[in-house]
Design a protein around this ligand. Sequence first.
Ligand code: G3I
Length: 519
Amino acid sequence: MPVLNRVSRAAASIVIVVGIVAATVVSASALGTSGLASSAPWPVGVAIDQRETVGSPASVVASEFSQITAENAMKPDAIQPREGEFTFTGADRLIDFAQAHGLRVWGHTLVWHKQTPAWFFTDPITKQPLTDSPADRALLLERMRVHITTLATHLSTRYGAFGSSTNPIVAFDVVNEVIDEWETNGLRRSEWYRILGPSFIDSAFQIANDAFNAGKTVDPPVALFLNDYGTEWPKKRQAVMTVASGLLDRDIPLGGVGSQFHLTVGSSPVSDVGDTLDAFATLGVEQAVTELDASVSGTVTPEALSVQGEYFRAIGERLMRHPELFSVTVWGLNDSRSWRTGAPLLFNDDLSKKPSYDGLRAAVSPKVTPTPTGTTPTPTPTPTRTSLIPPTPTPTATSAVPTQPVPAATVPSSTKVPDAPTVVPLKPLQISRVTVSGKLRVGQRLVARVPSALPTNAQVTYQWYTVKSTGKKVAITKARSRTFTVPKRLKRSTIVVRVTASATGYERAVKWSRLITIR
Ligand code: G3I
């Protein structure tokens, strides 16, 4: 059968099912203001399904986190269970919830060897597995294209253009778990690989970048990730580095690398996690932690849980050495919702905080130097752009992590002059990434931009650095300007920009953004 017919058939008959379901609306005051996310230098995410969009789980998600990942609802088997039949109900329910609560959405996942229906790899006529013949390769490539573009079109139709204020999608796992460090080229021998060869990864990123970013490679609205587990294992870490560098060398629009970090207390050394963060930081693309959990080894006892708490504190402190991380996501809300045993998450099943929560929160919370007593603090002027601040923001983000609920502090009204400065953490300052795909050219001008939603009196400074392979940062500009021109002497290095924003009455916010390596 001529390819055309089979291929066009793949595109022709598309049935779409969308979701119109109401999720719980969590009160404004509880929104991400008092939780983990408001303390951390990067967005903090959680993997959820529809169960976490209602009731108390919804309140905890909305108040503690600033991003969600669909645990299963956006995977190929959920989105296109049968060829041409698309069901978006599950995905829409989660994204509606996120949109309603100002949460970012991390898309998971477009191309994977699991939870992908067999029809993708089956001949529609003979029902035989596809071969690597040109005709079958063309058919599978067309199926990949139809799947990704139909999903992207649905999301931009329902939520507005990617990158716009109505569309919460900020990143996607384009390919998931494609690395096999025991293969010579480091690639898993999946069905995608058997039929299309290693170039299926290049194709997936090109198709995704066209679908989500209209082919944009400078500052694309949706960061496109290669995501994998076991990246903390030295051999797999190296395999990811090799595959990612290969993609960048071929100018494939790789936006970032994601480490799942499914860890085990006592057998996943924190130093291994740290070495991976440092190594991936030299790739010159975004980096994220995408599926963090850490099971206790052995029986779950109160002692084991407090050791787990120390472990999460140590992991948190190691993550804090990378303030430029795109985001840090935990793979589930409470223990019984996890795919693993060993109580690997931050919340008990009654949604109370575990020592693991306290440990991570302690590590990420900015250390505020207490105001020396006896000095008369300057009164805090009323913030100008109230739209920036939810009605009842967090009290001072002190380092000591209270396990009992934190009493809400009220924003001082213009009449009330508080007797001590109320430190109000700014909602995570999200720098619009100045990611540049492919190679930077000497003489190229780079501009760092921060969203305009900053208080008009905010002092914003930009400092540009190079990142050595050791991860050490060396300042390269004295002048603190938001534009930077790539000079000759900076061959083969990675550049980052550190943006500091501070405004009276607001806590100083620092955010790093990463740029591509100069070749
Ligand atoms: O939806 C069916 C339901 O209809 C059926 O009644 C039920 C009973 O078998 O199964 C349900 O499907 C389950 C699905 O989760 C949805 O709950 C699958 O059996 C189950 O295997 C699937 O597990 C998911 C697993 O990925 C599958 O690979 C886990 O929830 C999810 O946490 C896990 O997440 C993966 C990431 O996507 C990638 N990295 C590793 C991570 C852990 O495996």
